[in-house]
Design a protein around this ligand. Structure first.
Ligand code: ADP
Length: 241
């Protein structure tokens, strides 16, 4: 039986998370005792200069690397208590990643790219295709379903990447500069799509360098030298319409 859904407010929690790279002689503290929480329905922008730990934060939140200290909880479950298989299942079913360079597979159509995570998780192909189409439709891409990535614009590719990241029941969206390669209009469109996903119950952690795009978020967390320098709650996120 699936576990009951945990209460809102515990989609992602980082508790005093630290990450050190290198040897004792040449150690880099990429993160220093970072506390951060992400509730369902919330978009949090992560900002900070290059080298401040933003990518490390996403990597650790996504269970792709273990912290050197502290604890990460996803939906209330401590990653440190989970087996490798359980973490892999979490990445397949709960977490969606969006990368700056999209990472779409060039030999697959938009629809095939979006349904691939479900197929890899053992969902029968027909069902995976239907759920993938729903995700494409939500992002206004139904008419592009049969197109290959090189037949799509940059903005459309990024929308396909977001459709893939939120396909099925994925609730935690981790995006590393999802608008980095886009012009400002498409960048704003990406933020609106992420807000739409949050309105449907997803929680999103989004790295951006752009203050204006960060202003779309519900909260902005600023990192400096691996620490949370400040965290601000924006009185209201920009209208998603
Ligand atoms: P940002 O995303 O804000 O640019 P990163 O998280 O990539 O920052 O990096 C934070 C710090 O950790 C930097 O000093 C970087 O050089 C270091 N770092 C990141 N990943 C590694 C790694 N795999 N090995 C060694 N050092 C790393």
């Amino acid at each position: 039986m699936p576990e009951a859904r945990p209460p809102a407010g515990h989609l992602l929690e980082l508790r005093r998370v630290s990450k050190r790279y290198g040897t004792a002689a040449a150690e880099v503290h990429a993160l220093r005792e970072v506390d951060l929480s992400l509730e369902a329905g919330t978009l949090v922008a992560v900002m900070g200069p290059s080298g401040s730990g933003k990518s490390t934060l996403l990597t650790i939140a996504g269970s792709l690397e273990a912290p050197s200290g502290g604890e990460v909880l996803v939906e209330g479950r401590a990653l440190s208590s989970m087996s490798r298989n359980a973490k892999a299942a979490l990445r397949r079913r709960t977490i969606g990643f969006v990368f700056q360079d999209y990472n779409l597979l060039p030999g697959l159509s938009a629809a095939e790219n979006v349904s691939l995570p479900l197929e890899l998780d053992g969902v029968p192909a027909r069902r995976a295709r239907a759920v993938g189409m729903e995700s494409l439709e939500r992002l206004g891409l139904a008419a592009r379903a049969a197109h290959f990535p090189d037949e799509l614009s940059g903005g459309e590719r990024q929308r396909v990447a977001i459709a893939r990241a939120v396909v099925g029941e994925r609730r935690l969206l981790l995006a590393d500069e999802p608008s980095g390669a886009l012009d400002s209009e498409n960048g704003q469109a990406v933020m609106r799509l992420l807000l739409d996903a949050c309105a449907r119950g997803v929680g999103a952690l989004v790295v951006t360098h752009d203050e204006h795009l960060a202003s779309f978020a519900h909260r902005v967390v600023r990192l400096k030298d691996g620490r949370v320098e400040s965290e601000s709650v924006l009185s209201h996120a920009k209208d998603a319409s």
